[in-house]
Design a protein around this ligand. Structure first.
Ligand code: PMP
Length: 400
């Protein structure tokens, strides 16, 4: 326990010199991480069953990602603000990413985070359509900056920060009759293809097709936020592939960067061009498309393909679902390796997350659904690791 007295691991510095946003931070100390495991300085091992909230899909420190990062670091770091200099890493990433997407998603704007990807997408839709109304969904989460917060559904989190963006209209997710509230004055509809922080809510195929159709009829652009559910998590590289629809604008971040901060909003070049005039520089970022982050994202896409990880996500998810049988579990919502496990009370969920932590298993809560905890392990998790983790979770449920 000696490390507790070392300044770099000081709890006092963490709690007082680093801004806190909760009274009860998770508070484990991490020194290094490898694969699905993270280690504290005294060598205690933690199993990361949430991938740092949907980020570390290849596990921690994948050698090919680390190699790509190191090679880029040796070439150059930041050289210029977004959109001025030609650099290999963003070029190669844009080429690769668009090659994996439908033909209309052919132009990428790289940013630094999920919320910034959504900010850019909302601005692009307003600018392109010349309309102002945004339709979003109750219980959605799109980020914590003003624009993304304005279109997020969690009223408790928003209340203290009003006034927010005007002209935002909320409708119910997966409710066909609400689609008529999308009209010819709507600039865009922003929706998580799978609602994440609402506790993994999976819409019907019929609903998603009707949503696409309604957007086509009214001329509203459809923005799919795949920041949490994208990049293979659901068993398809992009979750919209499950529904046979294609968005006008796609947003990605989190797992996209393979552990470094990068996001993107992706659209058709003819839509994207509206950021170049009236006014020019319609969206600006200094660090967006940072070459080191782009190199990491490119390597991540390559590894997803080479190791055939996306195709394995469904079978691994099924195995977890099969092993996690317990009388206290009320409901499991799952797609691929994205899980919400429901219980009868928030207190029980809290106890389970804490008991699991004591057993060295990292699970976590949802922002807008206290009756569940989440599991979203690295896609690289093995059958053996799944069995070991599920046994520990069942023990945590027993002890909670
Ligand atoms: N959209 C969704 C669906 C998310 O889950 C998140 C993060 N939880 C965001 C947007 C915001 O991403 P970031 O935290 O990188 O700003």
């Amino acid at each position: 326990m000696l490390y507790l007295y070392r300044m770099e691991f000081s709890q006092d510095i963490f709690l007082n010199k680093i801004a806190q946003t909760t009274d009860s931070p998770y508070l484990i100390t991490i020194d290094r991480a490898e694969g699905i495991y993270m280690y504290s300085p005294d060598g205690k091992r933690y199993t990361d069953l949430i991938s740092g909230i949907g980020v570390s899909s290849l596990g921690h420190g994948h050698p090919k990602v680390i190699k790509a990062i190191k090679e880029q670091v040796d070439k150059h770091l930041h050289v210029m603000v977004y959109g001025e200099f030609i650099q290999s890493a963003p070029n190669l990433l844009a080429q690769k990413l668009t090659s994996l997407l439908p033909a209309n998603l052919n132009c990428c704007y790289f940013v630094n985070s999920g919320t910034e990807a959504n900010e850019g997408a909302l601005k692009l839709a307003k600018r392109y359509t010349g309309r102002t109304e945004i339709v979003s969904f109750r219980k959605s989460y799109h980020g914590s900056t003003h624009g993304s917060m304005s279109v997020s559904g969690n009223e408790v989190k928003k209340q203290a920060f009003r006034p927010l963006l005007p002209d935002v209209r909320f409708i119910d997710f997966n409710v066909l009759t609400d689609l008529e509230k999308i009209t010819t004055t709507t600039a865009c509809v922003i929706v998580e293809t799978i609602q994440g922080d609402a506790g993994v809510r999976i819409p019907s195929k019929e609903y998603m097709k009707a949503l696409r159709k309604r957007c086509d009829e009214t001329g509203a652009l459809l923005i799919l936020d795949e920041i949490q559910c994208g990049m293979g998590r659901t068993g398809k590289l992009f979750a919209f592939e499950h529904f046979g629809i294609v968005p006008d604008i796609l947003t990605v971040a989190k797992a996209f960067g393979g552990g470094l901060p990068i996001g993107s909003f992706i659209s058709d070049k003819k839509i994207m061009q509206s950021l170049t005039h009236d006014p020019m520089l319609g969206h600006i970022t200094t660090f967006g498309g940072n070459p080191v982050c782009c190199a990491s994202a490119l390597a991540t896409l390559q590894v997803l393909e080479e190791e055939n990880l996306v195709a394995q996500a469904e079978a691994k998810g099924q195995l977890i679902e099969h092993l996690l049988k317990h009388p206290h579990i009320k409901e499991v919502r799952r797609i691929g390796l994205m899980f919400a496990i429901d219980f009868d009370s928030a207190d029980r969920v809290n106890n389970i997350v804490m008991r699991a932590k004591e057993l060295g298993i990292i699970t976590y809560w949802f922002l807008s659904h206290p009756y569940s905890f989440r599991i979203a392990p690295p896609l690289t998790i093995t059958e053996e690791q799944i069995k070991e983790s599920c046994a520990a979770i069942l023990k945590a449920i027993d002890n909670a």
